[in-house]
Design a protein around this ligand. Structure first.
Ligand SMILES: *[C@@H]1O[C@H](CO)[C@@H](O)[C@H](O)[C@H]1NC(C)=O
Ligand SMILES: *[C@@H]1O[C@H](CO)[C@@H](O)[C@H](O)[C@H]1NC(C)=O
Ligand SMILES: *[C@@H]1O[C@H](CO)[C@@H](O)[C@H](O)[C@H]1NC(C)=O
Ligand SMILES: *[C@@H]1O[C@H](CO)[C@@H](O)[C@H](O)[C@H]1NC(C)=O
Ligand SMILES: *[C@@H]1O[C@H](CO)[C@@H](O)[C@H](O)[C@H]1NC(C)=O
Ligand SMILES: *[C@@H]1O[C@H](CO)[C@@H](O)[C@H](O)[C@H]1NC(C)=O
Ligand SMILES: *[C@@H]1O[C@H](CO)[C@@H](O)[C@H](O)[C@H]1NC(C)=O
Ligand SMILES: *[C@@H]1O[C@H](CO)[C@@H](O)[C@H](O)[C@H]1NC(C)=O
Ligand SMILES: *[C@@H]1O[C@H](CO)[C@@H](O)[C@H](O)[C@H]1NC(C)=O
Length: 810
């Protein structure tokens, strides 16, 4: 008793009114100010005043202690709308049973807003990042918790909830920009009736939906990336009182968070300690330019550029400071206000184009039965008319209000687009024309432009002169020919959709037909890298030197400003996934053919890893990257591209997407470590897919297995391996060969990269007796709850830069 009193006395004597530095609790009569913080007991989270970036405003927030970003990565903000400027004279404390923030003049500017009480209250920062207010003892139920009032982050263990008793829902709302945690325009809300999430613009316009929750597959139907469910345990609960979505991590060592970004995208990120950066697992909508009004009024979105938003000619950012911090939603305003008096020069019109369906989504615009001349002149005269359209002999005027939503005006000649004439001041009209022309001549501008909101790709062709390509000397070192850009345009009919073969991780691929009938696959590389001509040349040079019958051959290249183009041999049978996962096409692949394909992929990979003069780690090997020629010989594609297309995240570290889910080795998916053994893992997955005809990621029939790998492992343990076999192979199979391939496949997907064979060993084992093959150990991701410790094997020189590829929706 004496001891207790003494220790209390000690605490009060030394720490009133401040807080012990390492505490996780704020109790009555304690307060927090200045640089004081409280830290959760496991030291993962910290609460205190923070300043986002270079902002002069301070906020109370919770951030990760172990994430070494500058500024810290904040997961929750208390006073997001009411910053303070002097943290030393502001106080966070408990008053009348509420946690409150007092500003410099001791005015309450934020509170937990519960009804006041005289009961003793305390606030504890939990190990999950949840700040909990309780009355009485630590075991009493929470009165208020930060998880119920999320800002832009949804942490593991949190719930995004709709409360049926109060008809209220928790909403994640984006920050305004990188340095302002105030409420942005984008929010993520639960639509509990349809068990789905919606992203809304200004709490009103829905521009993305997750699709309904699928209880069997444990994912939202339009977010296939959630199949990464060997890392996340997602669940959706719907009962009489509430409806909520929650998730947790099987491995508690992984640091992962889900946010709605001020760009209007949701992102699942995890912390890669070895790289010191956040790694993007997936984002939705995938394209920045699919975000509704993402660039704001009179803004144009271009995914390929940094920043991705630009103002229409004649317009400038409404708030340049927001704009520079990535907060584009404020949009653009006229450089020169339109004069309404009519005395000065008349405004003029800039012709732009938008997708047909977009314009028709504004039925509120009154249709006027007047001719085009009158349509134009009345818009000129009518001060608040911002633009007009004249479509199918119907004139519509566009006023200020609905103009707010047009952040997607574009320039194009494509036939599925409608014309819209934007009114600008004549001085801006002259200036902007001159500017466009100059830029055009200098850069020979051909940019791939994505539209805000509708994500339509179109091409802006200002000028056709070919500049900025490699000079004669540059070309000499190359073994493959340079193609004039003009030839590529005509071979692909201006990259027409009809000629599009697919969307690879590094950009779209088109079929090009050249004079004389030669066919090639034309790959446009996304050009966010900011990589120079010289580097591109060097990389092409390297790839051109890689020649193997199981690699797709590079036939030529081209470039135009920011755009880099590689020409490959055309594969009429397209890719392996097209055959093995299709119930009708797979009949064409009997076992002998499949075995040859496995051998071919193995040889191609061995060449990349070992036999070529360069050592290439593919990093994104998957069935859709294995192409088949007319004789069904497999050829690996996209090798070496990871070297060419580098991250576009020199400034923002949150844009990386790694590999392709389902094919990623655990050490890569979880820690970002990459080596030849990670390619071996992907190879193992392909082998199992070829045997079974099932996708690793699409495997849910069996409740015990949540991936093909774990299913195959289960069959192996149960000593009925041949059950894995694709039923289409029942007749043609050679069971010894199948068994051998299955064992090798399982050896390749073992958890520890050290245990996996090299490609040389794989080829050796292909010729060995089954009895002499080693016994596979348990693959990665089989026992869900098992913790995946970081492998210690990784040789520094093998940790290469991460691949940046986009997940292909399936
Ligand atoms: C807090 O301080 C007030 C007076 O300053 C005192 O009456 C009260 O008992 C204290 N509360 C606790 C929990 O120590
Ligand atoms: C803060 O400002 C400095 C100097 O102006 C700049 O170098 C730095 O990048 C800025 N930091 C952030 C997070 O914007
Ligand atoms: C504190 O907040 C009140 C209410 O918002 C405001 O009127 C006052 O100016 C603030 N004090 C300071 C020093 O900013
Ligand atoms: C608390 O309530 C007041 C008035 O009802 C409201 O203005 C304020 O936003 C609320 N604060 C929080 C943190 O909910
Ligand atoms: C919630 O909404 C339901 C259906 O719209 C309604 O019947 C109910 O009265 C509402 N409850 C409250 C507390 O507003
Ligand atoms: C968002 O909606 C509110 C009303 O709901 C409106 O006042 C505001 O202007 C809208 N913001 C924008 C940028 O359109
Ligand atoms: C997954 O989450 C649910 C709900 O939170 C929980 O009941 C279940 O035990 C978790 N599964 C595993 C394997 O951790
Ligand atoms: C719903 O709330 C009522 C009253 O609070 C409670 O008795 C009941 O158990 C709750 N139902 C569920 C499924 O949690
Ligand atoms: C659109 O096509 C017309 C002729 O069809 C041409 O004169 C004009 O330059 C083209 N505009 C653009 C932006 O390419």
């Amino acid at each position: 008793m004496v001891n207790i009193i003494a220790s209390q006395f000690f605490i009060y004597f030394f720490f009133i009114p401040a807080i012990a530095s390492a505490a996780d609790t704020i109790t009555a009569n304690q307060s927090l100010s200045g640089d004081q913080t409280i830290i959760s007991s496991d030291e993962h989270f910290e609460l205190g005043f923070f300043r986002p970036g270079n902002s002069s405003n301070y906020y109370i927030g919770i951030w990760y202690t172990k994430v070494s970003t500058v500024p810290p990565t904040v997961v929750w903000v208390a006073n997001r709308e009411t910053p303070i400027s002097d943290r030393f004279s502001s106080e966070l404390k408990i008053i009348d049973g509420n946690l409150v923030l007092l500003n410099e003049s001791k005015t309450q500017i934020w509170s937990t807003n519960m009804s006041s009480t005289t009961r003793p209250a305390s606030v504890v920062l939990g190990d999950d990042g949840n700040l909990v207010l309780r009355y009485g003892s630590i075991s009493s139920p929470p009165i208020w918790q930060s998880f119920d009032h999320p800002t832009h982050t949804f942490l593991p263990g949190g719930k995004l909830r709709y409360d049926k008793r109060t008809n209220t829902s928790q909403v994640l709302t984006s920050w305004r920009n990188a340095e302002d945690p105030g409420m942005g325009l984008f929010s993520l809300e639960l639509d509990h009736n349809n068990k789905q999430f919606l992203i809304k613009w200004n709490r009103s316009v829905e521009y993305w939906t997750s699709g309904s929750w699928n209880d069997q597959d444990k994912l939202f139907s339009l977010v296939p990336e959630m199949r990464m469910n060997y890392i996340y345990n997602f669940s959706y609960v719907d009962n009489e009182n509430e409806s909520y979505f929650t998730y947790s991590l099987y491995n508690p060592l992984i640091i992962s968070r889900f946010i709605i970004d001020f760009s209007g995208q949701t992102k699942q990120l995890s912390w890669l300690d070895s790289f010191g950066q956040w790694n993007l697992f997936w984002s939705q909508p995938k394209d920045l330019c699919d975000v509704y009004g993402g660039c704001g009024a009179f803004g144009v979105c271009n995914q390929q550029m940094l920043p991705s938003c630009n103002c229409l000619t004649g317009f400038e950012p409404r708030s340049p400071s927001d704009w520079n911090l990535g907060g584009f939603f404020g949009g653009c305003v006229r450089k020169t206000e339109l004069s309404c008096s009519g005395k000065t020069e008349k405004p003029m019109f800039i012709l732009s184009y938008v997708e047909k369906s977009f314009l028709s989504s504004f039925p509120e615009n009154e249709a006027l039965q007047i001719d085009e001349t009158e349509c134009r002149s009345s818009c000129l005269d009518y001060c608040i008319c911002n633009a007009y359209t004249f479509i199918s002999n119907i004139c519509r005027h566009w006023y200020s209000e609905n103009m707010n939503k047009i952040s997607l005006v574009l320039f194009s000649n494509e036939s599925n687009l409608d014309k819209i004439y934007i009114k600008v001041s004549s001085s801006d009209h002259h200036k902007s024309n001159a500017k466009v022309l100059v830029a055009g001549i200098i850069s020979g501008c051909l940019g791939l432009v994505f539209l805000c909101s509708i994500g339509v790709i179109y091409y802006r062709r200002m000028i056709s002169r070919d500049r900025g390509v490699l000079n004669e000397e540059d070309r000499k070192g190359l073994d493959v020919p340079f193609f004039e850009f003009k030839r590529i345009l005509s071979a692909t009919e201006n990259f027409s959709l009809a000629n599009k073969l697919g969307q690879g991780g590094f950009g779209p691929v088109y079929k090009g037909t050249f004079p004389g009938g030669a066919e090639m696959a034309v790959k446009r590389l996304s050009s966010q890298s900011g990589q120079g001509l010289k580097e591109f040349k060097n990389e092409v040079l390297l790839i051109a030197k890689l020649q193997h019958r199981n690699l797709v051959r590079l036939l030529g290249y081209s470039m135009k400003n920011q755009e880099m183009i590689l020409l490959y041999e055309y594969m009429p049978n397209k890719s392996l996934d097209r055959f093995i996962f299709d119930r009708t096409l797979c009949i064409n692949l009997d076992w002998a053919l499949r075995f040859d394909i496995i051998m071919g992929i193995a040889r191609g990979l061995l060449y990349l890893h070992q036999d070529s003069r360069l050592r290439i780690i593919h990093r994104d090997l998957k069935a859709s990257n294995v192409l088949l020629d007319e004789d069904m010989n497999p050829k690996i594609s996209d090798f070496g591209l990871a070297k060419i297309v580098k991250g576009r995240d020199t400034e923002a570290s949150t844009t990386r997407v790694i590999g392709t889910y389902g094919y990623m080795a655990p050490e890569y998916a979880l820690n970002g470590f990459f080596s030849v053994k990670s390619d071996v893992y992907s190879f193992g997955v392909i082998v199992l897919e070829i045997i079974s005809g099932k996708r690793n990621t699409g495997y849910y029939q069996n409740q015990q297995a949540f991936s093909l790998v774990s299913y195959a492992w289960g069959l192996w343990k149960e000593k009925k391996p041949l059950d894995l076999l694709d039923s289409a192979l029942a007749e043609s199979c050679n069971s010894i060969e199948v068994l051998r391939c299955m064992i090798i496949g399982l050896l390749c997907v073992q958890e520890d990269p050290e245990d996996r064979p090299t490609m040389t060993n794989v080829l050796l084992m292909m010729g060995m007796d089954i009895e002499s093959l080693p016994d596979p150990k348990e693959p990665a991701f089989v026992s869900k709850a098992r913790s995946h410790s970081s492998p210690s094997y990784v040789n520094e020189s093998e940790i290469n830069q991460l691949t940046v590829t986009q997940q292909e929706g399936r």
